[in-house]
Design a protein around this ligand. Structure first.
Ligand code: HEM
Length: 424
C-alpha cells in the first residue's frame, strides 16, 4: 500500500513505537504533579531544583520519547530502510530512557548526586542506541528530501545536547570545574533549537500538507531553513563561548528570523488549506506556532535588554512558551494523527475485511481530543500568569496541566485499548 509516495508496508510492528507513545504522556503528567506539589518555590528562578526536574521530565520524558517514537515509525516509511529488530530497538531505548529520565529528574529535584551519576550510563545508552539505529537507516536510504536532511541534522544536535548534558552532570556533582552557565545555555539551545526545533520543522514539511490538507511548503524554505538554523546554531555557540557580547547579533540576524519565518509560513499555509473542516491537530499546531512566534520575540527582546533578561520572569516565559506552548502543543497535536493512523494501518493488515475497521476519526473521537485541547490551552495560559504571580496561581496552573496530561494519556490509551479489542 502506498500513500503520498510513502511505503507503508515498511512500517514497524505497532508495539515498537506505541510503547513510547503510551509512556510519554505519563512523564508529562509527572512533571505537572511535581509542579503541583512544589508550589510557588518551583517558579522562584530558572535554577530551582524542581523546575530543572520538570524541564527534563518534559524534554526527555515527553518530548524526546515521543520524537524517538515518531522517528521509529516514520523513518522506515519515509526512507524505505526499516530497522532490523524494531521491537528490540524500541525496548533498548524505552527502558533506559525512562529509568535514566526518572533518575536525572529525582537527582536534580532532590540534589542526589548518586541519582545524577546513575542516570548518565542509562541516558547515554538510550541516546546512543537510538542515534546509531537512526543513522544506519539514514545512511542506507536512497531517498533525498528535506525531511531526511533535517533528521540527520537533528540527530547531530541530539548528540551535542546529550554530550553537554553529561558534562553538566559532571560539573554539578563536583567532578570538573568548567563555566556551567555558558554550558547550560549551549545545552539548552542545542536541545530545544537543534534537536526539537529542527526535527519538528523537518517533519512538518511532510505532516502539515498531508494531515492538514495545506499546500506544500515553498522549496526555498524546505531547501534552506534547517541547514541555515543548524549553521546559525553553530556560529551562535562559538560566539557565546568566545565573544559573548556579539551573540545577540547572530540571534537577531539568523536564529530568530528563521524560527519566526517557519511559524509564519506554517500559519499562512494553514489558512490556505483545502478542506475547511474543524481539526484538532490544526488547532494544536496553531497554538504551537503562536507560541513559537512569542518565544522568538521575547528571546530577541532579552538579547537587547539586559534589564528584561535579568528578570526571573524572562527564562520562565521563554521555557513555558518554547517547551509547553511550542514543542508540547505540536507533538500533542501530532499524536492525534499518528496514533489513530498507526492503529488503523495495523488493523488493516490484521483484518482485511475493511467494513469492521473504524476510521481514524473514530479511533480517538474529536470530542475527547477537543476536551484535552481546551485544558491544554487553559494550562498554558495559567502557567504564563503563574510566572508573574506564583502564589496562588501556580496551583491552578498545575491542576489544569495535570488534567490535560491525564486526558492525553487516557486518549492514547483509549486507541490502544480499541486496537487490542478489535485485533483479538
Ligand atoms: C543526556 C541527557 C541530558 C542530561 C544528562 C541533561 C542534564 C542537564 C543538567 C545537569 C542541567 C542543569 C544544569 C545546571 O543546573 O547547572 C540541564 C539543564 C537543561 N537541560 Fe538538560 N540534560 C539532558 C537532555 C536534555 C534535552 C534532550 C533537553 C532539551 C530537549 C534538555 C534541556 C535542558 C534545558 C532547557 C536546561 C536549562 C534549564 C535552564 O536553564 O533553566 N536537556 N540539563
Amino acid at each position: 500500500m502506498a500513500l503520498a509516495g510513502l511505503s507503508l508496508e515498511q512500517a514497524p510492528p505497532l508495539s515498537a513505537p506505541l510503547r513510547l507513545f503510551l509512556t510519554a504522556p505519563l512523564f508529562a503528567l509527572l512533571a505537572a504533579l511535581l509542579l503541583l506539589f512544589s508550589g510557588p518555590a518551583a517558579l522562584a528562578s530558572r535554577w530551582s531544583p524542581a523546575l530543572l526536574a520538570i524541564t527534563h521530565l518534559l524534554t526527555l520524558g515527553f518530548i524526546t520519547m515521543s520524537m524517538m517514537a515518531a522517528l521509529l515509525q516514520m523513518l522506515p516509511v519515509l526512507a524505505g530502510t526499516p530497522a532490523k529488530q524494531p521491537r528490540l530497538v524500541a525496548w533498548l531505548v524505552h527502558v533506559p530512557l525512562s529509568a535514566g529520565t526518572l533518575l536525572l529528574a529525582s537527582g536534580l529535584a532532590a540534589g542526589w548526586k548518586i541519582a545524577l551519576l546513575a542516570s548518565l550510563p542509562l541516558l547515554a545508552w538510550a541516546v546512543l542506541t537510538f542515534i546509531l539505529v537512526a543513522a544506519y537507516s539514514l545512511a542506507r536510504t536512497a531517498a533525498r528530501n528535506a525531511t531526511i536532511n533535517a533528521m540527520r541534522l537533528a540527530l547531530g544536535a541530539l548528540a551535542v545536547t546529550a554530550l553537554l548534558g553529561v558534562m553538566l552532570v559532571v560539573i554539578l556533582t563536583g567532578h570538573a570545574a568548567l563555566p556551567a552557565l555558558k554550558l547550560t545555555d549551549l545545552h539548552a539551545a542545542w536541545g530545544l533549537l537543534g534537536w526539537v526545533g529542527v526535527l519538528i520543522i523537518g517533519v512538518a514539511y511532510q505532516v502539515v500538507p498531508m494531515f492538514q490538507m495545506t499546500p506544500a511548503y515553498a522549496t526555498r524554505i524546505t531547501a534552506w531553513l534547517t541547514p541555515w538554523l543548524f549553521i546559525m546554531l553553530l556560529i551562535w555557540s562559538f560566539t557565546v563561548w568566545w565573544a559573548e557580547d556579539k551573540a545577540k547579533w547572530v540571534a537577531l540576524a539568523g536564529l530568530a528570523p528563521g524560527l519566526a519565518g517557519f511559524g509564519l509560513a506554517t500559519l499562512s499555509l494553514q489558512r490556505k488549506r483545502r478542506r475547511r473542516v474543524p481539526d484538532i491537530t490544526l488547532q494544536f499546531w496553531r497554538l504551537g506556532m503562536a507560541s513559537l512566534l512569542a518565544a522568538s520575540g521575547i528571546w530577541l527582546v532579552a538579547q537587547f535588554s539586559p534589564v528584561f533578561s535579568a528578570t526571573a520572569l524572562y527564562p520562565l516565559w521563554l521555557g513555558m512558551l518554547g517547551i509547553v506552548g511550542f514543542a508540547m502543543s505540536v507533538i500533542n497535536g501530532m499524536l492525534y494523527k499518528i496514533v489513530p493512523f498507526m492503529v488503523w494501518l495495523h488493523l488493516q493488515t490484521r483484518r482485511p475485511a475493511r467494513g469492521a475497521i473504524p476510521n481514524t476519526k473514530e479511533i480517538i473521537p474529536d470530542k475527547m481530543a477537543r476536551r484535552q485541547l481546551q485544558t491544554h490551552i487553559a494550562a498554558l495560559a495559567l502557567l504564563l500568569c503563574a510566572a508573574v504571580l506564583p502564589n496562588p496561581l501556580v496551583y491552578m496552573a498545575a491542576a489544569a496541566w495535570c488534567i490535560s496530561c491525564a486526558l492525553l494519556a487516557w486518549n492514547v490509551f483509549w486507541a490502544y485499548r480499541l486496537y487490542r479489542r478489535l485485533a483479538a
